[in-house]
Design a protein around this ligand. Sequence first.
Ligand code: FAD
Length: 429
Amino acid sequence: MSDGQTITCDALVVGGGIAGLQSALDLADQDFSVVIIEKDLSIGGKMIRLSKVFPTLDCASCITTPKMSSAAHHKNITIYTWCDLKQLTSDNGRVRARITQKPRYVDEDKCIGCRKCEYACPVYTPDPEQGGFCATKAVRIPFSNAIPQVAVLDPESCMLCGKCEKVCPTGAIDYFQKPVDLTIEATTAVLATGFEMTTIEGKPQYGNGNVPNVITSLQMERLLAPHGPYNRVLRPSDGMEPDSIAFVQCAGSRDKSMGIPYCSRFCCMYAIKQAMLLSGSLPLADIIIYYMDIRAFGKGYEQFYQTAKAMGIMFVKGKVGRIEGTDNNSVAVQYEAQDGSGVTTENHDLVILSLGVYPHWSPEGICSVSTGSDHFIQTVQPSIAPTMTDSQGIFVAGAAAGPKDIVDSISEAGAAAMEASNYIIAQGK
Ligand SMILES: Cc1cc2nc3c(=O)[nH]c(=O)nc-3n(C[C@H](O)[C@H](O)[C@H](O)COP(=O)(O)OP(=O)(O)OC[C@H]3O[C@@H](n4cnc5c(N)ncnc54)[C@H](O)[C@@H]3O)c2cc1C
C-alpha cells in the first residue's frame, strides 16, 4: 500500500449518485472546492442504471449523463472512484476522511478508454451492469457511459495471458498496481451514500432465487433500457417473448421477516413505470401488479397510476404468499386477493420482485453520525432541518437518509449543499 497524500478542499461529498452529484455541483458553482469520493467504478449511482424515469418517462441516462459530465469537467470538483471510506471524523470545524483507492490494475492517468484491452481479452464473465444477463470481459470499461472512461481488470477472472497489456497503446495495464491511501481534509462533508436492494435469495417463500424467470426490478430496468442486454424484453431462461408478466410488490419491504418493516416508497411508482414501458414494447402481453397498497405520493404520481390503469395494466390487491417454478419454465404465483375470492394461483412467464431497500453504507465504526431504527442516517430535526446530522459540519442528502425518489433526492441535495455552504462561511472561509 502506498503512503497517502493529503488533499485539502472546502467540501467532501461521499457518494457520486444523483444526490451527491447535485450537492457537489451546487457547492462548486458557489466557488467552493469539492472532492467527490465514490465507492463504485463510475459515478452516477442507481439512476445511470435505470431505463426511463417516472413520472415523465424521460430517458434516465440522457438526463444523468450530462450531470455526471458537468461534475467531471467542473473546475472546482475532483472525483475519486473505486474508493473505500475508512474513517470520517469531524473536529473543531474540520472534517477529515481517510480513504483507500482500490487498484483497477489500469493506470487511470494513462488509460484513454479506447477499449482495445477489452476487445483483446479472451475471458468472458457475467456482466453485473446488465443484470448478469449477458457477458463482459475480465478487463473492460465498466459500461458505455461510465465516468471516468477508465478500464478495470477483474483479478478474479483474469488469467494473466498478457493480451491486454500487448494491445494497450499507452501502456496503462499494470498487473502490480497497489491500493493508494488518501487523506481528505475539508471544512464540511455531505453524505450521499444512497441505498441498496435486498437480495432475491432472501425469501424462501419466493424461491430463494432458484426459480427461473423471477428477476429483480433493477434487472427489469436493464431489460427495458435502450442499451440493455437483448435490445428487447425477453425472458432470461429461454429467450421467449413473455405473454404474461407479473410484478410482486413489497417483496422485501413492509416485511418484518426480512428486517425491513418500513415502506420503500419508490417501488409502487417504478413498478407502474416498468409496466407502462412493457405494455409499449409488448402490447399483447397481460401485465399484472400484485400490491398491498399503491403509494403514489408525489406530484403527478396519482395521475400516472390512473393512466396505467387506463392502459389496461391490471392491479390485484393481495399479498403474494408463495412463488414456485412450473415444468414449462413459467412461474406460479399464489396470492390471497383482498376482494374475498380466497387463495388463487396464477401462472406467469416472467415475474419481477420489488425488493426491499436498505442503506448502502453504515457509518458504524467509521463516522460518528447516528442512524435511526431503520439504519438510515438520522437527521436531528427532520421536520425543519432534514439534511442536518448530529455530527457538526456533516450533512446528509438523498436515499442515505431514507428511501427517496429522484425528485426528492435532488431537492434534498440542494438543501444539503446550502447548509454546507453556510457552514463553510460560518467557519470563516
Ligand atoms: C428499480 C428502480 C427503479 C427506480 N426508478 C425510479 C424512477 O423512475 N424515478 C425516480 O424518481 N426514482 C426511481 N428510483 C429511485 C432512485 O434510484 C433513487 O431516488 C436515487 O437513486 C437516489 O439517489 P442517491 O444519490 O441518493 O442514491 P444512489 O443512487 O444509491 O447513489 C449513492 C451512491 O453512493 C455510493 N456510495 C455508497 N456508499 C459509499 C461509500 N461508503 N463511499 C463512497 N461512495 C459510496 C454508491 O456507490 C452510489 O454511487 C428507482 C429505484 C429502483 C431500485
